[in-house]
Design a protein around this ligand. Sequence first.
Ligand code: PRX
Length: 668
Amino acid sequence: MTHRDDPITPGDAPRGASQDAIEALSREDRTFPPPPGFADQANVRDPDVYERAAADPEGYWAKAARSLDWYRPWDTVLSWDPPNARWFDGGQLNVSVNCLDRHVASGHGDKVAYYWEGEPGDRTRITYAELLAEVCRCANALRGLGVGRGDKVAVYMPMILEMPIAMLACTRIGAVHTVVFGGFSAESLRDRINDAGAKLVVTADGGYRRGKPSALKVNVDDAIADGQAPSVERVLVARRTGQDVTMVEGRDIWWDEVVPRQAPECEPERMESEDPLYLLYTSGTTAKPKGIVHTTAGYLLGAAHTHRTVFDIKDDDVYWCAADIGWVTGHSYILYGPLANRTTGVMYEGTPDFPAPDRWWDIVERYRVSVLYTAPTAIRAHMKWGPQHAAGHDLSSLRLLGSVGEPINPEAWVWYHHHIGGDRCPVVDTWWQTETGAIMIAPLPGLTTTKPGSASRPLPGIEADIVDGDGNPVPPGSGGYLVVKGPWPAMLRGIHGDPERFQKTYWDRFPGTYFPGDGARRDEDGDYWLMGRVDDVMNISGHRLSTTEIESALVSHQSVAEAAVVGTPDDLTGEAIAAFVILKLGTEPSVAFGDELRQHVAAKIGPIAKPKTLLFTPDLPKTRSGKIMRRLLRDIAAGRSLGDTTTLADADVVETIRDASRAGRDEE
Ligand code: PRX
């Protein structure tokens, strides 16, 4: 196994995009101007907004920031000493006040904040006034459990209302939440708790997944057993499934025994603009996930402003972001953006095809959803199940559709536009990352003529570009590396506890310029076509996973000598995980052992990290300097021709692997 450092190797080609995909994109010439009637009512109508923002980005963001509620206005809009940005220094505010109190104070307490739908079909709704009271109760409970300003709180929960309540409660008292997706294993949870130094964990007994209760608390117990997560003092447990859990005396406490008896008011902390708001771990190109740091004012502004402009949010919209709050999409576009904009949202606990493939369309019809935001992988799944499921429901409430998480293939875009949007809804393909905090590249639906497969162009106030290996902008019609040249309010402020990695990962490749790790092409009109990652990060169903993290999990098995993991194109999930494994002497390759290894990876990282293809091989192709030739492995996994292999230390290896690949590919 080789461990590459975070920055990419110059010359790496954008990967998610196969040659076929690039060619297909070049043939894509359909255009979709803003639909009649949409442009007239859009939140952003003035085409000069791009130029005005480019001429004075600080002025643009300062104007937008006035829509937030401040205890104290800022002294300075921006201090920029690359890579360190400080936005709105001197300003003081509280995120929960911006998301809740001000809406209740302005007479909107009875407005629904969330329609919540559980997977088994149970339903509830919560108004802004009720949400505020619950958040205050939870905040008081957290304070009572010893959590204060600056303390870290891990949140490991299913998609139940207690999850946003706990997160908002943290923001009320200045605690820093770190949400860990409920699909991650006990070990992944432990690593994140320890890296963050979390003092308290909020969890639930379990959650529902495809009709069955799945356990969560037991993973928390495993994660912190035997002093393995020494920072954790208390565990707060919400009841969801009613399954049996072990409660450790003095450490674990039921939510319903402590939260409901608290007062429904709680004095919010006055936070500084640059106080940390949350950490969210994401995969990089080494085995250790990065704790991305977001701070208070800039992040909230970025989430709220983009939510309002890109989704054209109005007061009577019913907005549904069908993501999990465990990922950044849920943070920015289920929680912070929508609540700051006083939006009515839908929150759904389960999977799209349970109990039937029309579950989503039933939800859209019942709540009269007007804006839907999801990932291409979900759209492709719906395409596979067929348009009849959507056709059986009244989707006429929809007026805008969003896409996020991975490049959207034009077929999926057009299907979404036609079968879900009834040819009348603008589709906004939104490019961004955990690190960017908010959408960076996307259409403005009242202004932009969209093209299926293109995320259009950087939003006003965002100074992005596509450059060649030397940092020079590429001409129209060419591909290169996506970069962001100036600071933006919601940008990450660092990697928790690792300033060196922060510098090296994002800022060294093109000095002083943010490098997200994506390849992109610019077309003749200046529109951006995102082409996927150029580093060792994979994108599986819109989820980021590191090849090296999975390699580490594989080699931690006692029978594995070496492993290489690559992403390979997949019609449904965008990319799929392919693993090449060399076994130690004495272990025989078998389908059963392949399954054991997959389970091992699931236990180490989580089920989403299980390789789809697992190939036992006697050797791995390496360069003379000993680096695994991933591109070659990707080609083998994708069944493509191998091209020039002269840089191989031992060309025979290729033949062996290729033969092995032909003979013994073991697919799930
Ligand atoms: O490669 C890009 C891809 O997802 C990566 C970010 O992953 P994550 O931090 O998990 O955030 C996902 C949700 C924001 C990016 O580096 N990506 C995200 N959105 C798009 C995309 N690729 C192409 N088009 C998009 N719209």
